[in-house]
Design a protein around this ligand. Structure first.
Ligand SMILES: Cc1cc2nc3c(=O)[nH]c(=O)nc-3n(C[C@H](O)[C@H](O)[C@H](O)COP(=O)(O)OP(=O)(O)OC[C@H]3O[C@@H](n4cnc5c(N)ncnc54)[C@H](O)[C@@H]3O)c2cc1C
Length: 121
């Protein structure tokens, strides 16, 4: 190496680069720091896409390590589960209404009174 004499050593800090092509190709926004942006649950800017660990967090690569990446993955998994449940419910309600099963106002009131009691004083 130029400028170094025998017996001398040279070291340099590595520059971490995320392998985030999968996310960026899906359209996930990248933050000012150059890493795919996520909210605290790991949700990216694309609905239904979460990311966690090294791919979105430069310090996690060396400072906070596996445990942080695993924790972020767990938080993302919980959020994904909630998202899928919400989507299932939306689909089920839409399917129910499409099949012409929507409750009439009268039926809805009867059901509400059955559950909550008669609202009249
Ligand atoms: C030099 C170095 C030393 C470290 N030493 C330690 C240590 O001693 N202890 C410690 O706790 N942590 C250590 N870490 C940190 C630790 O490695 C990371 O925090 C952890 O691996 C992050 O896990 P991850 O699942 O986010 O990413 P990764 O472990 O990198 O896993 C991502 C996986 O996704 C795969 N992948 C990427 N793109 C695609 C794609 N398009 N399709 C399918 N698969 C894809 C990759 O091949 C990879 O297998 C070290 C890190 C470095 C760089």
């Amino acid at each position: 190496m130029a400028g170094l004499c025998r017996g001398q050593r040279c070291s340099s800090a590595p520059r971490f680069v995320p392998h985030d092509e999968l996310l960026t190709n899906l359209g996930c926004k990248v933050g000012e720091n150059g890493w795919v942006a996520t909210d605290p649950t790991g949700a990216t800017s694309v609905a239904g896409v979460w990311a966690a660990g090294n791919v979105v967090d430069s310090p996690a690569q060396v400072i906070t390590a596996v445990i942080t990446a695993a924790g972020a993955g767990t938080v993302a998994a919980i959020a994904i589960n909630h998202y899928l449940l919400e989507e299932d419910i939306k689909h089920a309600v839409a399917k129910y209404h499409t099949a012409g099963n929507a409750l009439s106002n009268v039926t809805e009131q009867r059901v509400a009174e059955g559950v909550l009691g008669d609202p009249s004083p």
